[in-house]
Design a protein around this ligand. Structure first.
Ligand code: GRG
Length: 299
């Protein structure tokens, strides 16, 4: 059993990401202030920052130092925040609570919430193409990372997953359809986090291959865990209402394969993910610890 302190690691990565994001989302240079407060309200609402941590851990696995991943992890966290703001809207999941706080549209109104999400998405790419970035990373690394992130966020990635999710409400999905939904809606940004972390640290082709396989398992595991939590979690630790999937008649792992099988599948996915970190030796420990955390999280 490893004595790696994953909670301390996640807190450290979150602090690094939030410091960096604090500079990107500087209030004093941004108008109109209502839009800006809505963006900052949701971004700094206290998420786990798993995506920046995965990017950091992937860079660390490759080079021994995660610092190169930070702008990419933050860009992905901005996009993740936009997706949560839009997902909570009345026209989508219609949720009033997120990260234990009123959702963006409840606090700022629907129009400002839509705009805050739009701005977070576009500003993530603006940040990655700022002048300082060109001095810090080779052009081909930047382009590869931006490609990973834009594909993961868009119509062949997260948005495709969200569309399938909405279109399939009230329908029975089989396992392959459910897997498509999850690997796109949630898995795509998780994969982009790991891949851009690796790319930022100059990973070789074989290292990227191993990271991709790890990320695919963790991305799916993340959503399987989320589905399980929606059945067995409680609103207080989760920071959002439980049973919301069932309320919307959404297909989930427990509804398709039963709770016990879903739990078994989760353990398998984490074991497989961890196998793919073996080539990184000791440096892969944070990746392994985060995968294990994803498999056992309670919020
Ligand atoms: C609106 C285009 C668009 C996409 C929305 C990701 C997503 C797609 C919706 C989120 C719905 C949801 C609750 C999915 C379950 C898995 C998930 C992404 C949970 C939230 O991510 P965490 O646990 O959240 O990393 P924190 O708050 O820690 O950042």
């Amino acid at each position: 059993m490893s004595d790696f302190d994953v909670n301390a690691y996640l807190l450290r990565c979150a602090a690094l990401a939030e410091d960096f994001a604090g500079n990107v989302l500087r209030p004093e240079r941004q108008l109109p202030s209502e839009l800006y407060s809505a963006m900052r309200y949701s971004f700094f609402a206290g998420g786990k920052r798993i995506r920046p941590a995965l990017a950091y851990a992937a860079a660390e696995a490759v080079s021994g130092d995660g610092t190169s991943s930070i702008p990419f992890g933050v860009a992905i966290e901005m996009i993740h925040t936009y997706s949560l703001i839009h997902d909570d809207l009345p026209s989508m999941d219609d949720d009033e609570l997120r990260r234990g706080k009123p959702t963006c549209h409840v606090k700022y109104g629907e129009a400002m919430a839509i705009l805050a999400g739009d701005a977070l998405l576009a500003d993530a790419f603006a940040m990655l193409t700022e002048e300082g970035m060109a001095g810090r990373y080779p052009a081909d690394t930047l382009i590869k990372c931006i490609k990973e992130i834009s594909l993961a966020a868009g119509g062949v990635g997260m948005v495709a997953g969200q569309a399938v999710d909405i279109l399939s409400e009230g329908q029975t999905l089989d396992l392959p359809a459910l897997e498509f939904l999850h690997t796109h809606k949630t898995g795509a940004l998780i994969r982009a986090s790991v891949m851009t972390g690796g790319l930022s640290a100059k990973a070789s082709a074989s290292e990227l291959e191993a990271l991709g396989r790890y990320a695919d398992r963790v991305g799916l595991a993340f959503q399987v865990a989320d589905d399980i939590l929606d059945v067995v979690g409680d609103t207080e630790t989760l920071g959002k209402p439980v049973g919301s999937d069932e309320g919307l008649s959404k297909a989930t792992y427990p509804s398709v394969m039963g709770l016990a099988e879903a739990r078994k599948r989760l353990v398998e996915l984490i074991d497989e993910a961890n196998e793919f970190t073996i080539p990184f030796g000791e440096r892969g420990e944070p990746l392994r610890a985060i995968a294990t955390f994803v498999g056992s999280r309670n919020n």
